[in-house]
Design a protein around this ligand. Structure first.
Ligand code: TRP
Length: 340
């Protein structure tokens, strides 16, 4: 019995924050530890280069940082294959073949790409690699014959485009070499998108409103103390509002089963007046630290030997390359371009 294959990845353009953690990383670790799947997790540095072509130094640094975030959150190279996209040239080769099956109009129609183009302000100078990155993403997914791809909702169009490419390839070359993947999306919208400390809809590096897995405790404390609560809750005795109050929003996401009674009592107290923000924030800090401190400790440990972290990535990349190479040779055979 072969096990279902899971593949997922991140663009290395910074360190991972709590939004990444609750939105995907935590779930990956759970999936890995079920021992039911073959897991591939990778750093999509080539995809990062499609809009950061001149920042290869930043990308390299981010590869080290994200790999540390992975390891400290519990991804285990003994159980999951962790690798770097650019070290698998087979992926670029697959991309070349798939590009011929995708029209320019189709690329321009991808809603996520459209949004990104507007956000990034490329103007008339959209890098062609950027427009094509969903095809390269299809190569990432299909090279490993992934059945399941855990991603955020913004990645739905990429999965759809991948499925189209798979069908088109198998139909065109009369084969069943490529596997149609399914997306696995966050179960509840709330955890899928963690708002920023400032109440902005999204935690993001560019908005400077995040808590990082690498932040030390003092930094986390300062950030929690600066969180957006209820601007009309001025005096402690004033009744406060829960809705839109980031402290309570985070408590709903990070509180465990055993915290629910306390949280419910605090909400009531806060709404009727008499509970100050400093108290609710201290409570949240404890809850966050319970999650973050073991991660932070492991991170400091792993960070002592970056050579070993990159050696782990090299080993993972070798393993991944063997798998992608096998798929590539099946692809070339199906296309009839296995000349020698
Ligand atoms: N586009 C994804 C993101 O921005 C990263 C990614 C690249 C990816 N290739 C992938 C995710 C393949 C899943 C599968 O988050």
């Amino acid at each position: 019995m072969t096990r279902p294959i899971i593949l997922t990845g991140d663009r290395p353009t910074g360190k991972l924050h709590l939004g990444h953690y609750v939105g995907s990383l935590k779930n990956r670790v759970l999936l890995q530890n079920q021992d039911k799947y073959d897991m591939f997790v990778f750093l999509a540095d080539q995809q990062a280069l499609t809009d950061h072509a001149k920042e290869s130094e930043m990308i390299k640094e981010s590869i080290g940082n994200v790999a540390l975030d992975y390891l400290s959150a519990g991804l285990d190279p003994e159980k999951s294959t962790i690798f770097i996209q650019s070290q698998i040239p087979e992926l670029a080769e697959l991309t070349m073949y798939y590009m011929n099956l995708v029209s320019l109009a189709r690329l321009e129609r991808n809603p996520t790409v459209k949004t990104e183009i507007a956000q990034k302000g490329f103007g008339e100078s959209i890098p062609s690699g950027f427009l094509v990155y969903p095809v390269s993403q299809a190569a990432d997914i299909t090279a490993f014959k992934a059945n399941l791809v855990p991603v955020g909702n913004d990645q739905k169009p990429m999965i759809e485009q991948t499925r189209e490419i798979v069908r088109s390839f198998n139909y065109t070359y009369k084969c069943d070499v490529l596997v149609e993947p399914e997306g696995m999306y966050p179960e509840n919208e709330a955890a899928g998108r963690l708002p920023g400390l400032d109440g902005n809809a999204k935690m993001s590096k560019s908005l400077g409103n995040g808590i990082y897995l690498s932040d030390d405790m003092d930094t986390v404390r300062k950030k929690v103390m600066s969180m957006y609560t209820d601007p009309n809750h001025i005096r402690v005795e004033d009744p406060g509002q829960i809705e839109g109050n980031m402290v309570f929003h985070y408590l709903d996401i990070f509180g465990r089963e055993e915290d629910q009674t306390d949280i419910a009592a605090m909400k009531e107290h806060y709404q009727s007046g008499g509970l100050g923000d400093v108290k609710t924030k201290r409570y949240l800090l404890d809850i966050l630290e319970r999650e973050l401190s073991p991660i932070r400790e492991r991170r400091l440990e792993f960070a002592k030997d970056m050579g070993q972290v990159f050696a782990m990535l090299e080993k993972g990349s070798e393993k991944a390359r063997a798998v992608a190479g096998q798929t590539l040779s099946e692809v070339k055979e199906a296309m009839g371009i296995n000349y020698f």
